[in-house]
Design a protein around this ligand. Structure first.
Ligand SMILES: *[C@@H]1O[C@H](CO)[C@@H](O)[C@H](O)[C@H]1NC(C)=O
Ligand SMILES: *[C@@H]1O[C@H](CO)[C@@H](O)[C@H](O)[C@H]1NC(C)=O
Ligand SMILES: *[C@@H]1O[C@H](CO)[C@@H](O)[C@H](O)[C@H]1NC(C)=O
Ligand SMILES: *[C@@H]1O[C@H](CO)[C@@H](O)[C@H](O)[C@H]1NC(C)=O
Length: 350
């Protein structure tokens, strides 16, 4: 059969469904090797029932290999470049940038680009497998791992802080230092933000919608985020696919610091929001009682004021009647009475 016709009929052009993307794996798993070393590339992807052939590309050009295994023996600089593969029912794989080096020491890495949460393997490798010891791994010029014997080190869960230029040094005849390699970690989703549907103060019986908002920056097959909601150290909802949480505020205990968390299914990436404070919901009865109390106080105050006012007037008048002579009595009394009255009025108004 004519293979090229089959390909042109079945390869979905531009159909970027990640689940049908072919995947290249390396054996040994390093994207950089020394000259004369062997590497095997494997291609995995769905095939047509009647055709199990695999296509390989180096720098965009087809290689004359149709097996899922592409073996490089005694690598030369001509083997370096960007590899992709494709099977009958897949779209081309992500590229693998294979580098062939000549040096004394080589920092080998399992890939150049990672998505946060992926593992990253490093190996400080001597030319012709020469033994190196007292190995130091560096990120951006800063040592982060010392290893007396083991030349391999794995960062199990990468995060954005693992971006940078890596190199290593090790003892052989003397101390050798590798060249630097750049490693990129891509963010899967930013830390979520917790939002509330209601502004405050809350009333008892209010329905509050809390939403844990974030956005996937990369599409990955079968990627599902899970959301958890907390108040203080108490879990309100644990690992639900829904990023919304509904709450009927009823009690004093509903006040507090709320936060949420978004995680991937495997839990390799966990990000939490900052805290959002919800104030204590005040009950309807509290409001009723409060206004009732204010009303009562006002009423009592008014009555009390009137009584005191009248009592004072009476006493002053009586005092004056005693102290003053009978001749000027009436005039002075009425004058003072007026003054006292206005004084009391002022006090009650205050
Ligand atoms: C590469 O493979 C060839 C043949 O399969 C073998 O003779 C050679 O020793 C291998 N080279 C290394 C560096 O392992
Ligand atoms: C592929 O491209 C890279 C970089 O452009 C180059 O260094 C390498 O030699 C190329 N490989 C082949 C086989 O042409
Ligand atoms: C809360 O969410 C529910 C269901 O998703 C919706 O019916 C309701 O209107 C929302 N309430 C507010 C205040 O946003
Ligand atoms: C997840 O959330 C939905 C909607 O809020 C709810 O109906 C469902 O019971 C929750 N599932 C679990 C396992 O909590």
């Amino acid at each position: 059969t004519d293979v090229s016709i089959l390909w042109s009929l079945t390869v979905p052009v531009g159909g970027q469904d990640d689940s049908t993307k072919a995947v290249i794996t390396l054996q040994p798993p390093w994207v950089s090797v020394f000259q004369e070393e062997n590497v095997t590339l494997w291609c995995e992807g769905p095939h047509l029932p009647e055709d199990s052939s695999t296509r390989w590309f180096l720098n965009g050009t087809t290689i004359q290999t149709l097996t899922p295994r592409y073996r490089i023996t005694a690598a030369t600089v001509n083997d370096s470049g960007e590899y992709r593969c494709q099977t009958g029912l897949s779209v081309p794989s992500d590229p693998i940038q294979l580098e062939i080096h000549r040096d004394w020491l080589l920092l080998q890495i399992s890939n150049r680009v990672f998505i946060e949460g992926d593992p990253l393997a490093l190996r400080c490798h001597g030319w012709k497998n020469k033994l190196v010891y007292n190995i130091v791994f560096y990120q951006n010029g800063k040592a982060f791992k010392f290893s007396p014997q083991d030349s391999e080190f794995t960062i199990l869960k990468t995060n954005l802080s693992h971006n940078g230029i890596y190199h290593c040094s090790g003892m052989g005849w003397h101390r050798y230092t590798s060249a630097g390699v750049s490693i990129t970690i891509k963010e899967l989703f930013p830390a979520p933000v917790l939002r509330s549907s209601l502004s405050f103060p809350l009333l008892e019986g209010n329905l509050v919608n809390l939403s844990c908002e974030t956005k996937l920056l990369l599409q990955r097959p079968d990627l599902q985020l899970y959301f958890s909601f907390y108040v203080g150290s108490k879990t309100l909802m644990s690992r639900n696919t829904s990023s919304e949480y509904q709450r009927l505020t009823a009690k004093r205990e509903d006040s507090g610091l709320y936060w949420c968390e978004a995680t991937t299914e495997d839990g390799n990436v966990i990000k939490r929001s900052s805290e959002l404070e919800l104030q204590s919901p005040t009950s309807v009865w509290f409001h009723v009682l409060f206004y009732l109390a204010v009303g009562v106080i006002f009423l009592v105050d008014t009555i009390f004021c009137t009584i005191i006012h009248k009592e004072l007037q009476r006493q002053k008048k009586w005092n004056l009647e005693i102290s003053l002579g009978s001749g000027h009595e009436k005039k002075v009394t009425s004058y003072l009475q007026k003054e006292i009255q206005s004084e009391e009025e002022l006090k009650c108004q205050q």
